[in-house]
Design a protein around this ligand. Structure first.
Ligand code: FRU
Length: 470
């Protein structure tokens, strides 16, 4: 039997070696640049480099040479996550220098922030004055070692940067600094801090304006679950609120999860020249099994980029329109009355699928789709009107991690709209207008390409459309 290589068709993944967080996401000189945490020598995390890829449409990527390597005094054990900004036509990266200070590399370390500048968007020179924010700029009552992931942005003619940390008492927090020139920074304030419910350390913060408000997005470590939400070991969340740059405060009335699936972490946003706020995340999860690490020489991928749109007090996440340019081979069927399980007359492992279900609450127990079906393998998406939960189940998806994630959906009209992207070893499910997204990696066999629809009770698929995406 042929062994799948799990390499994705329309998602960015490590060319070789290891990939984690998206870094330095920016549109510069007409191209989208995406950097990423990268260890080029093995498919495991190691001293961090910045990998680099460019794209014209956020779908097809070209790899460029490694942009940063850990070879300086202040970053000798890793160039950790960070961001990008354009200054006087140059591309400036701001990132965390990681230094191990004792025998236990997981406990004994220090972190500070530096910059690197490029004239052509390909070669980067680290600034000789690094670090630009050293340990001495860490305020009192904040961790002396976790001080990382600068996300830099311009606001009212100044540069600001948010940095992730904790209070050394089990609460994640984010620090805000201000600068005129990206080289001299002044501490402003603790922008936001956990109240005990939101994890013990905050990574990869992001703060951006959207629809007249500000959105604060972050990745809390070891955050406890809240009902069906935040079920992964580490989470991603956002709050909508008001940013006071002068005082350095942000107040969110409430927080919500960014992605409700299994594999989505450390998202970063950028604003493009179409005015879109685009978010991309690492499509894996720390401490979760990654089957390509054995014998495949690569590990780690990025999610599809998504546009974030504000809708009253929440964000909607939608696939970008660029994806539609890659559609081919439309398979379409209407008004499929489901009685039991039905094998659809199409199949694949790299496609987009749109399905609109109509059901009668009270007369339908459960309905949904099975993807990547073959032999004993299946990835199951289903909805049960009685408990109002949508389920993404990868218990029998293939090799690799299993589990189920659920989101509560009140569907009064008896209608469920799904837009699903399947790509070799990934599934991303957009529900409704983008109210929820669930992302997960799956590792089925190469023959597991079947698509089934099923229902117990009364349910119709009013519209089913599937395109190959290549
Ligand atoms: C998040 C993270 C960051 C850090 C990077 C190291 O996934 O832990 O906080 O900068 O990964 O690779």
């Amino acid at each position: 039997m042929l062994r799948p290589d799990y390499r994705l068709n329309y998602h960015l993944m490590a060319e070789f070696g290891w990939m984690n967080d998206p870094n330095g996401f920016i549109q510069y000189n007409g191209q989208y640049h995406l950097f990423y945490q990268h260890y080029p020598y093995k498919s495991v995390w190691g001293p961090m480099h910045w990998g680099h890829a460019v794209s014209r449409d956020l779908m097809k990527w070209d790899y460029l040479p490694v942009a940063l390597a850990p070879d300086g005094e202040f970053d000798r054990d890793g160039c950790f996550s960070g961001s990008a900004v354009e200054q006087d036509g140059k591309l400036v990266l701001m990132y965390t220098g990681h230094v191990v200070t004792g025998p236990d590399k997981d406990q004994d370390y220090k972190q500070s922030q530096g910059i690197a500048v490029s004239e052509d968007g390909v070669t980067f020179e680290k600034w000789e004055g690094n670090p630009v924010i050293g340990y001495d700029a860490i305020p009192d009552r904040v961790s002396r070692k976790d001080f990382r992931d600068p996300k830099v942005f311009r606001h009212e003619d100044q540069y600001y940067v948010v940095l992730g940390s904790n209070d050394a008492q089990g609460n994640g927090l984010v620090l805000l600094y201000r600068s005129e020139d990206l080289r001299n920074w002044t501490y402003v304030n603790v922008l936001a801090v956990s109240d005990g419910r939101y994890g013990d350390n905050w990574e990869c913060p992001d703060l951006f304006p959207l629809g007249g408000r500000h959105v604060f997005m972050l990745s809390p470590q070891r955050m406890p679950a809240q009902g069906e939400a935040y079920r992964n070991l580490h989470s991603t969340m956002y709050g909508i609120g008001d940013f006071n740059a002068e005082a350095g405060t942000f107040r969110a009335e409430q927080y919500a999860q960014v992605d409700h699936g299994f594999d989505f972490y450390a998202p970063q946003s950028t604003l493009d020249d179409k005015g879109r706020r685009i978010i991309i995340g690492w499509m894996d999860m720390w401490e979760s099994e990654m089957p390509t690490q054995q014998g495949h020489h690569w590990a780690g991928a990025m999610s599809l980029p998504r546009e974030a749109v504000i809708d009253h007090d929440r964000l909607l996440f939608r696939p970008l329109e660029e994806v539609e340019n890659y559609r081919s081979n439309l398979f379409e069927q209407r008004d499929i009355l489901l009685t039991g399980e039905q094998i659809m007359e199409t199949f694949g492992d790299s496609y987009e699928l749109k399905a609109v279900f109509e059901f009668e609450a009270g007369n339908t127990d459960e309905f949904g789709l099975k993807l990547r079906v073959g032999g004993e393998e299946e990835t199951v998406l289903s909805y049960r009107p009685d408990d109002g939960l949508f389920r993404f189940n990868r218990e029998r998806a293939g090799i690799g991690p299993g589990g189920e994630r659920r989101v509560p959906l009140g569907l009064q009209e008896g209608r469920l709209e799904l837009r699903i992207f399947v790509d070799k070893s990934s599934v991303e499910i957009f529900i409704g207008d983008g109210e929820y997204v669930l992302t997960g990696r799956v590792y089925p066999g190469m023959e597991s390409t079947g698509i089934h629809a099923f229902a117990s009770g009364k349910c119709t698929i009013v519209s089913f459309q599937k395109w190959d995406i290549l």
